[in-house]
Design a protein around this ligand. Structure first.
Ligand SMILES: [Zn+2]
Length: 288
């Protein structure tokens, strides 16, 4: 959008009903749609004509921009989610703020071309490959913010708390760069990120395998205090569900609920359940 005020007349626009409406005038003030008027047979003076079908911008609520480099390399040949994850870790170990900027910018640009106007970037690639903070401890997050700005997409940077390599396990290898040590230090680092007209900062718990229960409330409080969404990989893998049951005697969802994370601002990603009978389902590939 250019300028503080623009009018657009859509030949066809989908407004949420079963059918697209004809002749829809969209009045835009700043970065907001201020008016929607259907049934105008021709563009009013000064309105820009949009041919074909216009739909609202789509939202990608759960992006892992760096995993764009893995597209087409899922767990083929009988591999599992966990072997896919090893390849993802290898990739994660190669990125620095400059290459992350280039990769994320291209990924966000692709999203825009597909009609996505807002990316929720689930961001846990925080520190250098040894786990040491960069001179700016938010250098990787800033790379994502810059990438979104240069691509022209609205961004919710979902900064993700990631502290453990599994239930009761320390971070190791490529995971080292994900960790802040504890939730309090995660909060301190994330407080150094600034919002802008096209950028919001939100919070995430990576998963119950990556955030010990006693660390969850600080992240929950951070999001609640700022009125921001809280994301979590809720229940990603059958093996994770089983490990959570064995360690805590409850499901990941119950553990998150007992830790105060299940509020109206929770955005839960992945819902892997055990079937009523039979064995655990095969893992479906996907970001983690
Ligand atoms: Zn994910």
């Amino acid at each position: 959008m250019t300028g503080p005020w623009n009018n657009y007349w859509c030949e066809l626009a989908w407004l949420g009903g079963e059918l697209a409406e004809e002749g829809v005038l969209l009045e835009v003030v700043g970065d907001r749609i201020a008016g929607v008027t259907p049934d105008l047979p021709a563009p009013p003076a000064g309105a820009q004509r949009l041919s074909g079908l216009t739909i609202p911008g789509l939202v990608n609520v759960h992006s892992h921009a760096f995993q764009r480099a893995l597209r087409g390399r899922t767990h083929a040949n009988g591999d599992s989610f966990w072997t896919w994850r090893e390849r993802m870790y290898e990739l994660a170990g190669t990125l620095d703020p400059d290459s992350y900027l280039a990769l994320a910018r291209a990924t966000f640009a692709e999203m825009l071309l597909a009609g996505i106007t807002l990316a929720g970037e689930f961001h846990y690639l925080h520190h250098d490959p040894a786990g040491k903070p960069y001179a700016d401890p938010n250098a990787m997050g800033q790379a994502l913010i810059q990438a979104a700005a240069e691509a022209g997409i609205r961004l919710t940077l979902v900064d993700t708390c990631y502290l453990a390599g599994g239930i009761g396990k320390p971070l190791e290898g490529a995971q080292l760069r994900f960790g802040d040590g504890d939730a309090e230090r995660w909060c301190e680092r994330v407080d150094g990120l600034s919002e802008g007209p096209l950028v919001r900062i939100a919070a995430a718990l990576h998963s119950v395998r990556a955030v010990p229960p006693e660390q969850i409330p600080a992240v929950v409080a951070w999001a609640a205090h700022r009125g921001r969404p809280l994301h979590a990989h809720l229940s990603e893998q059958p093996a994770e569900n089983q490990a959570c049951q064995e360690a805590f005697g409850r499901s990941p969802a119950q553990l998150l609920a007992d830790s105060g994370a299940v509020q109206s601002n929770l955005v839960a990603i992945h819902g892997t359940v055990r079937p009523r009978s039979g064995t655990w389902p095969m893992a479906s590939g996907g970001p983690t």
